[in-house]
Design a protein around this ligand. Structure first.
Ligand code: ADP
Ligand code: ZN
Length: 512
């Protein structure tokens, strides 16, 4: 039997699938020929079979290195359910259990052995591999070895020594998301030998990408959720405090939510994850600590309340939506403040190659949020997949920006700024425009101004968006020394006099 025939036979009889997906077969054939492989297939694309089938065809054992100790047991249980001899070794086991698994390995009784990278630091383990070499080494989440990837893990660096120690053993490195810099870094750090680099299309056509201005995240998320009817989804926030805040506010509004971040105990995190996976709770509010390796097919939406730093991270995180192939939403609430903060953090780092790569990746992410080109075109081209046809399933394609003559709106705002003495921030201005009952407005006597309530016809979010545009266009300035109080620039006079035409973008207030 040829390798292809054997692989097909196993695909049907062991896994019960009809046919291989995209590149699975050529990858399996190459692995069995003994070549090194770097496999970049989006989440849900079927990476596991690329080493599981070779593991069954090759004699001996395949060692699988995975960072997710919490998921190892599930992965192994799944294989056992298929009738495949598999086991794992990690620190959660007693010394006796570990010895038992080691003996199975030495006796050639298991086809797949899952380990965490930390294990490679122990001489007992390396000696075990030296006494009986594995037939294949699979490295899952291989981007973790690269500092350019979005989830660098120092313990992954140890994997780099394997090639020197076991030069005859082929390596297959797998990841869902790696841009060009990260790919090269993976190959270098793993010391791979002329690897085959396999990419499948990065496109996730069922995911609709939307980037909207972040105005009031809680309200924006709530209004989105009203149309989701208990669907499962993930909401990413950038800090523990923001996660707790968002989760408790959504819970107060009656939504079924769990929270997940590194500040919780291992047990609390495991519970939250378990409830989410079992659909006991619909929504997971989390930091990026949540999600890697999670295989939940029916995640209908991923909302970023804060932007990630890189397109790789964004793509990885949004990729957790719609693994079942059904329509799913990826929504980014965008606010330049997130990026300003990242820029400050990076600026403080030492000059050098590292800094320049980080800045580059950040600027690509910023450009993505600002793009007026189809989001999917931008994303796919970023990953080196050339695409020019627009997708008709992103906000840029579906809701092209609408411009309008904004002179009157701008005049209302600018005269309001002037009347309150150029001494107040955006929120206050919006309240005066909308005629709010806020007590400070009365105390200041601003409820008697002619501009009080002249903007009643629009929502607070609407006015916030217009004020931001006027800042961007240079008609309004903010005083950094006085709580970002708004004041008029020189050019604002032309607007107040009505001397110019002023095209503004109609605020888009609905998420989808
Ligand atoms: P990845 O690791 O790339 O995210 P998985 O290996 O977990 O993806 O596969 C995703 C899902 O697709 C799994 O449920 C898997 O069993 C299924 N799958 C993989 N390959 C095939 C195939 N050739 N035919 C049908 N289903 C497949
Ligand atoms: Zn598009």
């Amino acid at each position: 039997m040829s390798i292809a025939e054997q692989a097909n036979e196993i695909l049907h009889s062991v896994f019960g699938y009809k046919s291989f997906r995209n590149q699975q077969l050529p990858i399996i054939e190459s692995v069995i020929r003994g070549e090194d492989n770097v496999v970049i297939i989006p989440t849900g694309g079927g990476k596991s079979l690329c080493y599981q089938i070779p593991a069954l065809i090759l004699p001996g054992t395949t060692v699988v290195i995975s960072p997710l100790i919490a998921l190892m047991k599930d992965q192994v249980d799944q294989l056992l359910a298929y009738g495949i001899k598999a086991a794992y070794l990690n620190g959660s086991q007693s010394p006796q259990e570990q010895q038992f698994v080691a003996n199975l390995y030495i006796q050639g009784e298991i086809k797949l052995l899952y380990i965490a990278p930390e294990r490679l630091a122990t001489s007992t383990f390396i000696n075990m591999l030296k006494s009986v070499a594995p037939s294949l080494i699979a490295i899952d989440e291989a981007h973790c070895i690269s500092q350019w990837g979005h989830d660098f893990r120092p313990e992954y660096l140890q994997i780099g020594q394997l090639k020197a120690k076991f030069s005859a053993v082929p390596i297959i490195a797998l990841t869902a998301t790696a841009d060009d810099v990260t790919r090269k870094d993976i190959i270098e750090r793993l010391n791979l030998d002329k690897p085959q680099v396999r990419l499948t299309s990065f496109d996730r056509p069922n995911i609709r990408y939307t980037v909207v201005e972040r105005l009031n995240p809680l309200e924006q998320v709530s209004s989105f959720l009203t149309n989701q009817k208990g669907n499962s989804g993930i909401i990413y926030c950038s800090s523990r405090a923001k996660v707790d805040d968002m989760a408790s506010r959504l819970a107060n509004r009656g939504y079924s939510v769990a929270a997940y971040h590194a500040g919780l105990t291992t047990q609390e995190r495991a519970n939250a994850q378990e409830r989410f996976l079992k659909d006991d709770v619909a929504i997971m509010v989390a930091t990026v600590a949540f999600g890697m390796g999670i295989n939940k097919p029916n995640v209908r939406f991923v909302i970023h309340a804060n932007a990630p730093r890189t397109i790789e991270a964004y793509y990885q995180e949004t990729g957790r939506a719609g693994r079942d192939g059904l329509p799913a939403e990826a929504i980014l609430l965008n606010n330049e403040r997130d990026f300003n903060w990242y820029q400050t953090v990076i600026a403080e780092k030492e000059e050098g190659f590292h800094k320049s790569v980080e800045l580059h990746k950040l600027s690509e992410m910023i450009a993505f949020t600002q793009a007026q080109t189809c989001r999917r075109i931008v994303l796919l081209n970023y990953f080196g997949e050339h695409r020019v046809e627009k997708c008709n399933n992103c906000d840029v394609c579906l809701y092209p920006l609408e411009h309008y003559n904004g002179l009157v709106d701008a005049q209302k705002i600018l005269s309001c700024v002037y009347r309150v003495g150029q001494n107040y921030g955006t929120q206050y201005l919006v309240d005066v425009l909308r005629g709010s009952n806020r007590s400070s407005i009365k105390e200041n006597g601003h409820n008697t101004l002619s501009v009080y309530g002249i903007g009643k016809e629009h929502s607070a979010d609407y006015w916030t968006s217009i004020i931001r545009q006027l800042i961007h266009l240079g008609y309004l300035k903010q005083d950094p020394t006085s709580f970002s109080a708004l004041f008029l620039s020189e050019e604002a006079r032309n607007v107040l006099r009505g001397d110019i035409s002023l095209s503004l973008v109609k605020p888009r207030l609905e998420l989808v």
